[in-house]
Design a protein around this ligand. Structure first.
Ligand code: AKB
Length: 318
């Protein structure tokens, strides 16, 4: 494998922020390019290109200029944001992906694109959801994810494109603020616990969902991208799992460290989205193909989140 030049879109989001820090341990600052919307401030010691990632000319210019070999295409709207504006979600989530895939074929670039547990729907088996199963999501975000997965597989079959994907569960991270998603209650809760000692949860206390600490997610993403192509047997998107818990279980874990913390539950429109998703996933294919193994359980993740979010709040950053 020759010298790699990496492009990350959506680099300022929850996944992108941690991914770029981890990539920086392996690659020099001049070998990583991130795209940023014009309004976003620069925050990394890597090359920042300002522009709109759905603009094909902009992306093509960057890929050519920096001779990009690998793209992590993370830019997109999450589940709640997509329900607010389904037309925009289609344009960004699907239109953006199609543009990246077309350019990747043209310039022989390797692609990572995140799918999500949102690809599943109410008719999918909820427990230990298999890799190959019913995909009938009822959210625009989920429709984008299933369409995107099929598009990735098609580009691999039709054009031989090396595109790889993971069905991310709810991701819990502290470096970047949470986006407009459903599983994001599990990030907001830490800020509220440390600032106000109380939180009002927008999901029911018994809503069990698949979740993962960000360090595991980044480790798995880089492992998948580093695996030899012959090991990749799934070109739609791999089931990817670590832990699963309910809001009530997370609250109990936070209370072990902060007994004064209280939480009340006021489920809103986001409950319907959560109810349409699985409770746990079978990720044996990822384990078999590229040795996937998570490290963080609920207790370890909670301790790190409390420590790091508290440090962040003390330092005054958001
Ligand atoms: C969301 O809740 O929208 C995301 C996801 C599970 O893809 N965190």
């Amino acid at each position: 494998m020759g010298k790699r030049k990496i492009l990350v879109t959506g680099a300022f989001g929850l996944v992108g922020t941690d991914l770029v820090s981890e990539l920086r341990k392996k690659y020099s600052a001049k070998d990583i390019v991130v795209t940023a919307h014009n309004t976003i401030r620069d925050g990394f010691d890597v090359i920042v290109e300002h522009g709109d990632v759905t603009d094909e000319n902009f992306l093509e210019k960057i890929i050519k200029k920096h001779q990009i070999t690998d793209v992590y295409h993370l830019a997109g709207l999450l589940s709640v944001g997509s329900e607010k504006d389904p037309q925009l979600a289609w344009r960004i989530n699907l239109g953006g992906l199609k543009t990246v895939l077309d350019l990747a074929v043209k310039y022989k670039v390797k692609v990572f694109w995140p799918s999500s547990i949102a690809a599943f729907g109410p008719t999918t088996p909820k427990e230990n959801t298999p890799q190959h199963t019913v995909l009938e999501p009822t959210t625009m975000y989920g429709v984008n994810k299933v369409s995107g997965e099929l598009l990735c597989q098609y580009y691999n079959l039709r054009y031989g494109l090396d595109v790889r994907s993971l069905r991310y569960p709810g991701l819990i991270a502290y470096k970047a603020p949470p986006g407009d998603g459903t599983t994001e209650y599990s990030v907001h809760i830490f800020y509220a616990a440390l600032k106000d000692k109380k939180y009002t949860c927008f999901l029911d206390k018994n809503s069990r969902l698949p979740m993962m600490f960000i360090d595991d997610a980044i480790k798995g993403t880089l492992q998948l991208m580093a695996a030899p192509p012959e090991k990749i047997t799934i070109r739609t998107s791999y089931n990817f799992a670590a832990i699963n818990f309910t809001p009530e279980e997370l609250v109990a874990e936070i209370k072990k460290n902060m007994p004064e913390f209280t939480c009340e539950y006021k489920p809103d429109h986001r409950q319907k989205i959560a109810d349409s998703w699985p409770k746990s996933l079978d990720d044996s294919q990822a384990k078999k193909d590229w040795d996937w193994k998570p490290e963080y359980d609920l207790s370890k993740m909670t301790k790190v989140m409390l420590k790091e979010v508290s440090k962040k709040l003390r330092s005054g950053s958001k």
